[in-house]
Design a protein around this ligand. Sequence first.
Ligand code: CP
Length: 336
Amino acid sequence: MLHSQKEMSENKPGFLTGTRNHVLDLDDFSLEELDLLFTTTDEMHTVLNQDKKKLAVLQGKIIVTLFCEPSTRTRLSFEEAGKILGADVINISSQGSSVEKGESLLNTMLTIQATGADIIIIRHPHSGAPHFIARHLNSSKVINAGDGLHAHPTQALSDLYTMKSHLGHLANRKVVIVGDILHSRVARSNLWGLLLIGARVVLCGPPTLLPKEFLRGDHRKNGHHLAKIEVEMNLDKAIEGAAAIMALRLQTERQDDGFLPSLREYSKMYAITPERLKTAQTRAILMHPGPMNEGVEISPDVAHGPQSVIEEQVNNSVAIRMSLLKLLLNPTGKIQ
Ligand code: CP
């Protein structure tokens, strides 16, 4: 998970220079690329607000989604995004495909590429799977729609866009990420983006659900890129003065027994409640990447309350994914 300062300062790919072939995580994004993506997302929102939500900018392009894990938001929003842009979108899942007959991931990907897919959007339970296939494909581009506990860049881009649209700028604003950080690919990708934008990031959760590097303070050594990340295990202290709070789902499917004494105790110490939210800034926004376990990491009152931007995150994710597909497949094409 930890990357060095040197890696961060190396040349980064760009949409307009034709050097970005894949979106695997946010560690190789520049501020310029983020700006372009967010401006394009504003334009996509204009399209989404029209009666006729249909463009021709990706006409003739083929987008294939391969989901080897369940998904509602990511899969639906990518499909919607591709179709609005005029592309042909084909959805497959590991269930019902030749993966069930023992075909390897690489051979599955080479097969999809051979059918002419311009882009493959993949969700996979194994961390690093999208990076692995991206190295072996020569004509299809790859978007990571979530790999194991490693990265979920398009969710983080939707989250960053949502924060910016509410808070204006994020420089030195306190953003608190609460919960199961250890198993959260959303948190990992958000760290890259939030640090790039200059936010003050505080991670909060029980010690068993925080990565050891952060617990031991290893990330603070040797001018490490993640040195500015703060860790606060007391949720009340963490939330104080926050501009944005992001609650994370307890990823029980990735947890062996023993991470928590009980869900009730976890909820008592780490759930976002109306009382706790009062200690944040008055206009603080409450986020959750979904799916939520209401009553566990977040109370229903705040999940559907006035400070919640959770549905907006989903709405923004369609526009963000439209921008990504457009910038990857037809960066100079006109939107209207
Ligand atoms: N946030 C997210 O990835 O949701 P889905 O699992 O429903 O796609």
